[in-house]
Design a protein. Structure first.
Lengths: 278, 340
């Protein structure tokens, strides 16, 4: 039941976040002025024009929520795609290529697993900020960094599944028929492994969103001028906004929690569905 | 044939092997990091001089030389590694003090918060996890599941801000930020109480965001223990819930706890650094974030080495705990991954 609600919530969220910015004419960095056009409408309470009010720089909080959600979801999907690709290749290689390769790959997995991803990405991001990389490139950079830390668990799943299936009789039959190794890997082995990977994906997407939000909050994630749920919360580091203007920082925080939770619940539902059928 | 002596020797050899791999990884990581910092065009001198016209080209050159930024990357790295093997990590550009001192000052607060939080988190997770494993009602399970998922999904900074808003501003139960009261100078027991009062919110934040995953882990393993034959036998002999917990569940969870601790450390460290930043504590986080932004090479390098050291140590801790917990895990074939 819970995972159905979660799936419904995610669907609604995706629809709103992707259609919203197309319908609304205001940009994510549009600053609103009052009637005379001279004074910035900063830190407004909610009105009919700005349902969640405006932030310190006079930007509409609701509009930024939509843009931020779109970017966060897109980024998470991109990272997921990238890390699944790396993870599957590494896992297949580790499981199939032999003991030495296996050992080396598993040691690399070991190192990446042990490093605190956020701190390392922080150091890297700070370096690239000093380098003066542009905003768009930093979004791509962030995707690569996140994927570089995310592929390990997929590699582990794939590897253990490969070890499990490689001894089966149909694999032996395929080998005896003279089917080349690459084809055996991708056509015979991969489909058997994919189910396990798919089940792990939603929870991983949730974690990517959480990590991205944390980095953005600290100012090392999605860069200016992009809106992101994480960097919207950064405004609450200001005492006045924290104390008196909850409408600026509470909605993005709540959305992060709900979204990540929904992804976790959907992941649990998938796991239950897949593993109880067996 | 199983012989205890040979197993012990095997474990010792395994540990030595892991330490050698760890040192090698540490070496590679530090080299990569040093090269990366030096390749970047903006260096510390540029960052610190920026905006003030007081410095002549000559003075800048002198600064670059005094910070050792004029030599090549290979040379600089050789210098750094030979010094750091002797335990000299250089002087922080930003704080003008030895790096070990800067890090040491921050480390105390960081350790105080994280160790306290970890202890509370483990106790709470043990209590909740074991309790939940005994329950079979659907309502309890649903509640437990939702709460642990919530805890896993909570961003550290959002919890910190919510607690600040609610407990520090609206109710004024705890101070908003800082490590000690600046208004009064407490001594002795009052000083300790004052510090604990200031550290309460950071610790609560860490516990709330960490307890979910741990409780879930403990619940899952307790359920496995409860499903085993020896527990069935214990129930048949008329053991109650308390006795089963004490004589069967807790001893079997002992090694798992070590694994959990080893696994928690990297994440806990990250969360502690963020919490320190938000609550303005004089921990490692604050000084390191400042050093990062300025390109303070000795400080970043020193911190990274410390980080890598802690992380490798905790991974080692986890692996050894695994190996000790289950002799079936084949140590000679690359460690714990083969067992799971």
């Amino acid at each position: 039941m819970a995972h159905r609600i979660a799936l419904f919530f995610l669907l609604i969220l995706v629809i709103i976040c992707f259609i919203g910015p197309l319908v609304i004419e205001a940009g994510e960095y549009e600053i609103f002025y009052d009637g005379t056009g001279t004074k910035i409408l900063s830190l407004q309470e909610s009105t009919s024009q700005h349902p969640l009010g405006t932030d310190r720089n006079g930007r509409d909080v609701f509009v930024r929520l939509l843009y931020g959600g779109r970017l966060s979801l897109l980024l998470a999907a991109g990272v997921m795609l990238l890390q699944t690709l790396i993870g599957i290749c590494a896992g297949l290689l580790a499981g199939y290529a032999g003991k030495k390769t296996d050992l080396v790959i598993m040691r690399i997995v070991d190192v990446f697993n042990a490093l605190p991803d956020i701190v390392v990405i922080l150091i890297l991001s700070a370096l690239f900020m000093a380098y003066g990389v542009s905003g768009r490139e930093r979004v791509l950079m962030l995707m690569v960094f996140l994927a570089a830390f995310g592929w390990t668990f997929i590699a582990k799943i794939v590897r253990s599944q490969v070890l499990y299936t490689r001894g089966s009789s149909y694999m032996m039959a395929a080998e005896l028929c003279g089917i080349p190794a690459l084809r055996r890997l991708f056509v015979y082995l991969l489909p058997n492994v994919l189910g396990q990977v798919v089940v792990a994906i939603p929870i991983s997407i949730g974690n990517i969103i959480l990590t991205e939000a944390t980095l953005s909050f600290l100012g090392f994630g999605l860069p200016y001028p992009y809106a992101s749920w994480g960097n919207m919360l950064n405004e609450a580091m200001d005492y006045n906004i924290l104390a008196n203007h909850a409408n600026v920082w509470f909605p993005p925080g709540l959305l992060i929690v709900l979204t990540v939770m929904a992804f976790h619940l959907v992941g649990q539902g998938l796991q239950k569905g897949v593993f109880s059928d067996e | 044939m199983f012989s205890l002596e040979r197993e012990e020797k095997k474990i010792r050899g395994y540990i030595v092997k892991r330490i050698i791999i760890g040192v090698f990884v540490l070496f590679v990581l530090s080299l990569l990091l040093y090269a990366l910092i030096r390749i970047m065009p903006g260096d510390y001198v540029q960052n610190s001089v920026a905006g003030s016209g007081r410095f002549t080209a000559q003075a800048k050159e002198q600064m670059i030389r005094s910070y050792g930024l004029d030599i090549s990357i290979a040379e600089g790295y050789m210098q750094w590694i030979t010094n750091s093997i002797r335990g000299e990590f250089g002087t922080s550009f930003l704080y003008k003090r030895p790096v070990t001192q800067v890090i040491g000052d921050g480390l105390f607060t960081t350790l105080l918060i994280s160790v306290t939080a970890l202890a509370i988190q483990l106790l709470l997770a043990l209590f909740l996890g074991i309790r939940s494993a005994f329950k079979t009602g659907i309502k309890w399970k649903l509640c437990f599941n939702t709460l642990t998922v919530l805890s896993v999904s909570l961003p550290v900074f959002f919890v910190a801000l919510l607690l600040q808003k609610w407990l520090a501003l609206d109710i004024a139960l705890f101070p908003l930020q800082g490590q000690v009261s600046l208004k009064y100078e407490y001594t002795g027991a009052l000083y300790i109480a004052d510090v604990m009062n200031h550290l309460a919110l950071p610790i609560i934040t860490l516990v709330l965001t960490g307890v979910g995953a741990t409780a879930r882990y403990i619940e899952k393993h307790t359920e496995q223990i409860l499903a085993s034959d020896f527990v069935f036998g214990a129930i048949a002999r008329g053991f109650g819930r308390k006795q089963i917990t004490r004589y069967h569940v807790l001893p079997n969870l002992r090694v798992l706890l070590a694994v959990i601790i080893g696994r928690e450390i990297p994440g806990l460290l990250t969360r502690t650094l963020i919490v320190e930043e938000i609550f303005a504590l004089n921990g490692l986080g604050t000084s390191v974030f400042a050093g990062l932004a300025m390109g303070d090479i000795p400080l970043i390098m020193g911190f990274s080495v410390l980080l890598a050291f802690i992380v490798l140590l905790s991974a080692l801790f986890e692996d050894i705990a695994y190996a000790l917990s289950d002799p079936r895990i084949r140590l000679d074939k690359g460690g714990a991954y083969y067992g799971t």
